[in-house]
Write a protein that binds this ligand. Structure first.
Ligand SMILES: Cc1cc2nc3c(=O)[nH]c(=O)nc-3n(C[C@H](O)[C@H](O)[C@H](O)COP(=O)(O)O)c2cc1C
Length: 298
């Protein structure tokens, strides 16, 4: 499963693991905050053994800080790999010269990947886009490979496209042809059909789903079964409840319940009375209340 800021925290990662995801990613972690040991940032890297293999994704603009963060993460957090974010288009990230802004500073991007490579023995991947405003990532992809990246994820959209439009499968195909390390295709994976198309048309070595997992962590079961898996209401309800319990255990009752609100909207779609149910859930303030609401449905 793809890294998603504000979403791929430990509870949701455990949910998708249960549903069959092979590899999960943390939310993007600010390297600088790791360096000054921000409590909040360090807590974002907590994970449970059952989440393995788990990759911690870092972002930043300074090669030394990125390398120091990677070294700290290898020693103290001990994930299964480190990923470098060279694709995030969010304004405040780009303003700091981080994420996709590094596409405008290729030498700095290469320096960062090389520095991180020098400071960690963990598998190292880079997640990027097809380019800033046009498809031109191949030379940089080759350089990432040359300085020691072990794998590359390509989100088939430019920074300019953001999250809209069809992913450019031809671009992913070109990148796959240009480098020897594994290429993971990302963008627009909502079904088995989408994943098959991505693999067939690009020749990529794996696919990474992001928004397609929201409310549908079963997408991974579908991919394993090679046919769409449609959970019934009881299954959705039970998974949402177990997600809520993990959320509370991880974040405490207040944030745990608050954090689930967005997920209810995603989980409970398309059932009879779904919109009424979502309204009630979003207003609920205790687990007992949520359990009661859910128990009275279905
Ligand atoms: C809410 C949200 C948060 C995201 N946060 C991250 C992130 O922290 N790191 C990252 O590399 N990509 C992040 N992404 C991008 C996704 O990983 C993925 O590349 C993108 O959504 C395209 O895949 P999709 O079309 O399957 O959603 C985020 C996307 C969304 C929608």
């Amino acid at each position: 499963m793809a890294p998603m800021d504000g979403i791929t925290s430990s509870p949701f990662r455990r949910v998708v693991k249960k549903c069959g995801a092979d590899v999960v990613f943390s939310e993007m972690i600010a390297a600088e905050a790791v360096c000054y040991k921000s409590k909040k940032t360090l807590a974002m890297m907590n994970f449970h053994e059952e989440e393995r293999p788990i990759i911690i994704q870092i972002f930043g603009n300074d090669a030394e800080k990125m390398a120091a963060a990677a070294e700290y993460i290898e020693n103290e957090v001990q994930p299964d790999g480190i990923d470098i974010n060279i694709g995030c288009p969010a304004k405040k990230v780009v303003a700091g010269g981080r994420g996709s802004a590094l596409l405008l500073e290729p030498e700095r991007a290469i320096k960062i990947v090389r520095a991180v490579r020098d400071f960690t023995k963990l598998p190292l991947s880079v997640k990027t886009r097809t380019g800033w405003d046009k498809f031109d990532i191949q030379p940089l992809a080759k350089k990432f490979e040359r300085v020691g990246a072990d794998a590359l994820t390509i989100h088939g959209r430019t920074k300019k496209q953001g999250f809209k439009g069809e992913p450019d499968l031809d671009a992913i195909k070109e990148v796959k042809k240009a480098i020897k390390i594994p290429v993971i295709g990302n963008g627009g994976i909502y079904s088995v059909k989408d994943a098959k198309k991505m693999i067939k048309e690009t020749g990529c070595d794996g696919v990474m789903a992001a928004r397609g997992t929201l409310g549908n962590p079963w997408i991974f079961r579908s991919l394993k079964l090679n046919k769409e898996y449609k959970p019934n209401f009881e299954e959705v309800r039970d998974l949402a409840l177990s997600h809520l319990e993990m959320s509370i255990e991880e974040f405490g009752p207040k944030k745990g319940i608050l954090d689930m609100r967005k997920h209810y909207g995603w989980y409970f779609k398309g059932f009879d009375g779904a919109s009424e149910l979502r309204k009630k859930l979003v207003l609920s303030e205790t687990v007992v209340e949520v359990k009661e609401i859910l128990a009275n449905m279905g």
